[in-house]
Design a protein around this ligand. Structure first.
Ligand SMILES: Cc1cc2nc3c(=O)[nH]c(=O)nc-3n(C[C@H](O)[C@H](O)[C@H](O)COP(=O)(O)OP(=O)(O)OC[C@H]3O[C@@H](n4cnc5c(N)ncnc54)[C@H](O)[C@@H]3O)c2cc1C
Length: 459
């Protein structure tokens, strides 16, 4: 799309109307304002807007209609998919409400709130929310796209915990969407992503969990096959309150890495258990007694410390990634995945994670209330190459073919949309009937297709 004086004057007018800000190409803060979290993604919207309140969102939508541009909401950009041409990028950072209703076991959370801000506000309540591994991800961006939580084996995929959604729809109308007001739209918002309006606030379920135990257990990289096998045996018989994240990482040979770890490979098992330290340690005994860990950081912890368990990076970096949903983890497949990781190491592969599914994730009792429904598979597998040197080209075939071969014939093209990788859309997460139902709802609430999501529907 070429920009005309019509666009320029529409943005000038918008800047006058907004309490919030409008940033255009050429301004000093442009590159910072438009950046995705994955620095390898070069997104080029027409403008970046930061509304301060619902009226501002109404003005932004009017400007979109007047200029023929789309609106795309991106609180943090972890799920950025690249294509923002012809788009106004909306940052909902000013929507920062956090209200905890302890007795009624729910919270109101603004669309700009990150998990790392929200979870500490639950300290002392004995309640938890269905958060994932990374505290830098927004509550809204994660929940709207499904959300695989540390507690999903226990309580199901996180989007089910959305009780109500307040959004400004494409016509500029503020709607409160509940199971009573519009069950069909709520079904779509529970996992269909940001296609249906500009969400301002979510109301979400909280759950009682007085005791939490867990942390990271690190093993020598050469033991990865045995670690994965033992961890798999543990999780297959464990109660749903136990959640594991299996990992393999090549630590960069760089000064920011502590000397003894530089250039080394480590396997890891990150643990979250809803229950006592004694019961959690007993579940892990076959693993830690079977293979001596380099470090075992499991301990009782509080909900505000959840982000420390996986200790994932929160600073932006460049990466290319790959994922698969494994339906059958029997036999040597987990060992084959570890071997695939090693085979791709010379090409620059940095990390691999395997998330065991099962428990409430595999149960279909909530299918009627959320598009994210259930996922009857055994693991999600994710791999990424962190771009350490932007001048050195990485070869995706060399990076990911060994992993494709390791999982061949054992995958399904269904996933939680939060785990979709660059270039994928909702057709890579849901079946045809769900896609058709989402498209019908989209036509109803956004007939002119103004709201664009990172994970679109098939054309
Ligand atoms: C290191 C890391 C760890 C992760 N761990 C997990 C995990 O444990 N479990 C898991 O499920 N996922 C995980 N993810 C994936 C992450 O949850 C998704 O990428 C999520 O969408 C990113 O949230 P964000 O706030 O950065 O969203 P953004 O990328 O900013 O937005 C994603 C999309 O959400 C929609 N959206 C967001 N806010 C609004 C709004 N207010 N109104 C309308 N639409 C909106 C839009 O369609 C937008 O395109 C992880 C990602 C990373 C990088």
């Amino acid at each position: 799309m070429t920009f005309t004086s019509h666009h320029e004057s529409a943005f000038d007018e918008l800047a006058e109307l907004l309490d919030g800000t409008v940033i255009r190409p050429g301004q000093a803060t442009w590159d910072e304002a438009r950046a995705a979290w994955n620095l390898a993604i070069d997104q080029q919207p027409a403008a970046v807007v930061t509304p301060n309140h619902v009226e501002d969102i109404g003005h932004i939508l009017k400007a979109a209609h007047a200029t023929g541009l789309d609106v795309s909401v991106q609180p943090r950009g972890h799920g950025a998919n690249g294509d923002l041409a012809g788009c106004i990028l909306l940052r909902p950072t000013a929507f920062d409400e956090v209200t905890i209703h302890v007795e009624e076991r729910y919270a109101r959370v603004g669309a700009g709130v990150l998990w790392g801000t929200f979870l500490p506000s639950l300290e002392g309540t004995g309640l938890i929310a269905l958060a994932g591994t990374n505290p830098d991800v927004s509550v809204a961006g994660y929940l709207l796209s499904g959300g695989h939580s540390w507690f999903s084996r226990w309580k199901g995929l996180a989007a089910h915990s959305i009780r109500a959604v307040e959004l400004v729809d494409a016509s500029g109308e503020l709607r409160r969407v509940t199971a009573e007001s519009d069950p069909e739209l709520l079904w779509a918002l529970r996992g269909g992503g940001g296609l249906f309006g500009v969400v301002t606030t979510l109301e979400i379920d909280l759950f009682e969990a007085p005791d939490l135990f867990g942390g990271k257990i690190i093993f020598p990289g050469v033991t990865a096959e045995a670690v994965f096998e033992l961890a798999d045996a543990v999780i297959r018989t464990a109660p749903d309150e136990l959640s594991l994240l299996l990992g393999l990482i090549n630590m960069p040979d760089a000064p920011f890495v502590p000397e003894p770890m530089r250039g080394q490979t480590f396997a890891s098992v990150d643990v979250v258990f809803v229950g006592s330290a004694a019961a959690g340690a007993a579940l892990l005994a076959p693993l830690v007694n079977g293979i001596p860990p380099v470090a075992n950081m499991t301990r009782p912890f509080t909900i505000g410390q959840l982000g420390e368990v996986a200790a994932e990076p929160t600073d932006p970096s460049g990466a290319i990634d790959w994922s698969a949903t494994l339906t059958d983890a029997s036999g040597s497949v987990l060992a084959d995945v570890a071997a695939g990781f090693r085979a791709a190491t010379p090409a620059g592969l940095t990390l691999l994670t395997l998330r065991p599914l099962g428990g409430a994730i595999a149960r279909s009792d909530r299918d009627a209330t959320a598009v994210v429904g259930h996922l009857d598979a055994q693991y999600t597998v994710f791999a990424a190459a962190i771009i350490m040197d932007p001048t050195a080209a990485l070869d995706p075939d060399a990076l990911f073919e060994p992993l494709d071969e390791a999982v061949a014939g054992r995958t399904v093209q269904l996933t939680v949309p939060t785990f979709l990788t660059h270039g994928q859309g909702l057709a890579d997460a849901y079946g045809e009937a769900d896609l058709a139902r989402l498209a019908e709802i989209k036509r109803r609430v956004d007939p002119h297709d103004v709201i664009r999501s990172n994970r679109g529907l098939p054309a």
